[in-house]
Design a protein around this ligand. Structure first.
Ligand code: PFF
Length: 447
């Protein structure tokens, strides 16, 4: 079994590669597009505080667990779970965790790709408008056009499929090495722009001063779901990448680095966006269009705005691609191992599946806008079911598996640490705090 597991995947040549790949998966639309509008929809500071607490107390411990499972199993999440369940002498039903995770990834990809399509379309938007009204009008007009939305959605899926078909190891390294730092620099530039909008303090207060009366079960679940989504947890993406991690890499340190980079990017995006919101009389509750109606105003007004705006949306699209490949990878790796299909066949089939569901998300902004499920349009509904239900549930099961099912000595062996203070804190968070808190939030929400 060990021999076979070794032969399924190679390992990445350097320790840096795992960090790049995991950061590439984590940093994406979730940070720059979703975090700001979720914060805006859920009352600002209170949401941000709960979100940060979820990252530290639940997200990082589960990330450590997920990477550890992935590296020990050394194959696709579904087969990894099967292998580790056998190692722990327990039921094969754990394979389902990998399988439902792969499904969650495809469902997320279906609407992620629609939003990524917006980012790609904005590369060509020209950034000539300077007023909130004109910029908002452009975005609304764009959403009303089903043909454009489906075109960009299709293009994004095709690019994702091509990269995944060729094998994710090729190319990923070079991209993230140079392009991610560039994206980071433009976000800093936007923060500098935000400082002189006249509403910088107002933006900061909104983002960081919690109004505790705003916390309710919706806000708790939204912040929890966002923590899972932004760190790519609960569905096997990080587990799939863990399979390629060199055996001597320190999992704990790595998880901290990835989570810190990811959180840093999200907070900076918020710091850049909210001052623009307030300075231009926009509402924080703008919803999914928030970045698309704020940042173009900044680019329209700043020197060399066309250059920076175009570059920003190119880099955002690439950040989305480095996330989308991790959304489809758990399914593709599983197809390749278990059905012995070619990577290209697996990528095309699963890409087509995600694409076809995504078409409904694209149409939910225009032709199908009246079609509601529990009061949500199709885009919102897929987003809700995956991020706020499937990922947290996946997280509970991962925590239970590592904390209660795996043999402790195997956990210690894979993490390569001794049973001391750090291990005990982590193990406690994983065994008790994470599953109980996530469970409570879910139950509280449904009651
Ligand atoms: N973390 C990505 C983002 O913030 O854009 C989205 C994502 C990727 C979520 C992979 C889940 C996942 F498994």
């Amino acid at each position: 079994m060990t021999e076979q597991r070794k032969s399924i995947h190679g390992t990445w040549s350097s320790k840096w590669t795992f960090i790049l790949a995991a950061t590439g998966s984590a940093v994406g639309l979730g940070n720059i597009w979703k975090f700001p509008y979720m914060a805006g929809d859920n009352g600002g500071g209170a949401f941000v505080l709960v979100y940060l607490a979820c990252i530290v107390v639940i997200g990082i411990p589960i990330m450590i667990g997920e990477i550890m499972i992935g590296r020990r199993g050394r194959s696709s999440p579904a087969n990894t779970m099967r292998f580790l369940a056998a190692e722990a002498n327990t039921t094969k039903a754990w394979t389902m965790l990998g399988a439902t995770g792969a499904l969650a990834g495809l469902l997320i990809l279906s609407f992620y790709s629609v939003a990524a399509g917006w980012a790609m379309a904005y590369v060509f938007s020209g950034f000539q408008e300077t007023s909130a009204q004109a910029v908002s009008g452009n975005f609304e007009e764009f959403l009303a056009d089903p043909v454009s939305l489906i075109f960009w959605h299709s293009l994004f899926i095709v690019i994702t499929v091509i990269i995944v078909a060729r094998g994710i190891l090729k190319g990923l390294e070079a991209w993230i090495n140079t392009l991610m730092p560039m994206l980071f620099l433009i976000i800093i530039l936007l923060c500098i722009y935000a400082m002189q909008t006249g509403a910088f303090m107002e933006g900061l207060v909104y983002l960081f001063k919690p109004d505790f009366t705003k916390i309710n079960s919706d806000v708790l679940l939204a912040a929890l779901g966002q923590a899972f989504f932004t760190l790519s947890l609960g569905m096997g993406a990080i587990m799939a990448y863990g399979a390629y991690m060199p055996a001597n890499q320190n999992i704990l340190k790595t998880a901290f680095v990835v989570a810190a980079l990811d959180t840093g990017v999200a907070l900076l995006a918020g710091i850049a966006i909210f001052p623009i919101v307030f300075a231009n009389g926009l509402a924080p509750t703008e919803g999914p269009g928030l970045v698309f109606v704020t940042l173009p105003i900044a680019f329209g007004n700043m020197p060399f705005g066309v250059f920076f705006g175009t570059l920003f949306f190119i880099l955002l699209s690439i950040a989305a691609i480095s996330s989308s490949i991790s959304l489809i990878e758990p399914g593709v790796a599983w197809f390749v191992e278990s059905l012995k299909t070619k990577r290209s066949y697996a990528a095309i089939t699963l890409g087509a599946f995600a694409w076809s569901i995504g078409v409904f998300s694209a149409l939910s902004f225009n032709l199908m806008s009246d079609f509601k499920i529990f009061g949500m349009n199709f885009f919102e509904f897929t987003d809700f079911i995956t991020n706020q239900i499937m990922l947290p549930l996946g997280g509970i099961f991962i925590a239970i598996f590592v904390g209660w099912v795996m043999k402790k000595q195997n956990v210690l062996e894979e993490l390569q640490i001794k049973e001391g203070f750090i291990f005990n804190v982590w193990f406690f968070l994983l065994r008790f705090i994470a599953p109980v808190l996530v469970g409570l939030v879910l139950v509280y929400f449904f009651i």
